[in-house]
Design a protein around this ligand. Structure first.
Ligand code: XBP
Length: 263
């Protein structure tokens, strides 16, 4: 036992803070395609397949190369993808402003509790920085982003999840080691990224991810839980706790910290 205490919680954004992939990003992509005069439409089954690739620009490229054989984008493909993704981001931000993408159960409660307990907070996400900042402002108030010591997003790193880059970057900016932190994620690829960085990881699934492989997670839940809306344990041991609190995270961290250090 190294005895390094828990000092920070690192949160993924999409699917973890808010359940936004199918009702947020996918809708925004389709609005962007329509605005660009493209007759593409990503229905839910198609989008669930496209979620294999992290990053909105990367996802459009995957669609072009693997789903639309023969389609020749006008002009430079990179510029075409960047312009399309810019349109998509504008539609996504408008969806956020409409209040269509609330925080998941227990997220605000746990963030508050962690701050009160003196834990540092960080974001490690593949999404565009603007998206994360606006979500925090709309959900937590204008100073919501200031709750977080580090907000690491999108293209700030070269390789996206399941590569560990965004978590290694976040640890570096926090000035902490993996043994002093714990991650909250929702995907198998996110778990792989966090584990590759040596981080203890808690999973809260959603409809897009519940059938994924979460072996190696400290615990797998259907959400963080809140008064009147207890979580369900899908894998692991939560004891008598029925909403994720700092005490449970400290216990899981001390149980798994060494296991994660030498996976
Ligand atoms: C999930 C992603 C993101 C979003 C789309 O991010 O893969 O790319 O689907 O957002 P997370 P952008 O790491 O938070 O789970 O279009 O802004 O990339």
């Amino acid at each position: 036992m190294t005895g390094k205490e828990l000092k920070a919680l690192i949160f993924d954004v999409d699917g973890t803070l808010t359940d936004n992939e199918c009702d947020g990003h996918r809708v925004a992509f389709n609005l962007a395609f329509r605005e660009a005069g493209l007759d593409w439409n990503w229905d839910v089954p198609t989008y669930l397949r496209l979620l294999e690739v992290f990053g909105g620009k990367e996802r459009i490229r995957y669609y072009l190369e693997d789903f639309l054989a023969g389609f020749k984008p006008p002009g430079n493909p990179d510029d075409f993808i960047r312009r399309l993704h810019k349109l998509k981001t504008a539609h996504y931000l408008a969806l956020l402003k409409s209040g269509a993408l609330p925080l998941r159960p227990g997220v605000e409660r746990l963030l508050q509790e962690a701050r009160t307990a003196g834990l540092k907070l960080a974001i490690a996400s593949t999404t565009t920085l603007e998206n994360a900042i606006l979500l925090l402002k709309i959900s937590l108030g204008e100073n919501g982003p200031e709750w977080f010591d580090v907000i690491a997003c999108g293209d700030i790193v070269a390789n996206k999840k399941p590569a560990p880059d965004i978590y290694l970057y976040t640890l570096d900016k926090l000035g902490l080691t993996a043994e002093e932190c714990l991650v909250i994620e929702d995907t198998e690829a996110g778990l792989a990224a966090a584990r590759a960085a040596g981080l203890t990881t808690v999973i809260t699934v959603n409809d897009a991810t519940r059938d994924q492989d979460f072996r190696g997670a400290a615990i797998v839940l259907d959400h963080l839980g809140q008064p009147g809306q207890e979580f369900k344990v899908l894998a692991g041991d939560a004891g008598n706790t029925r909403q994720v609190d700092v005490a449970l995270l400290r216990r899981l961290h001390s149980e798994f910290r060494d296991w994660y250090r030498d996976p």
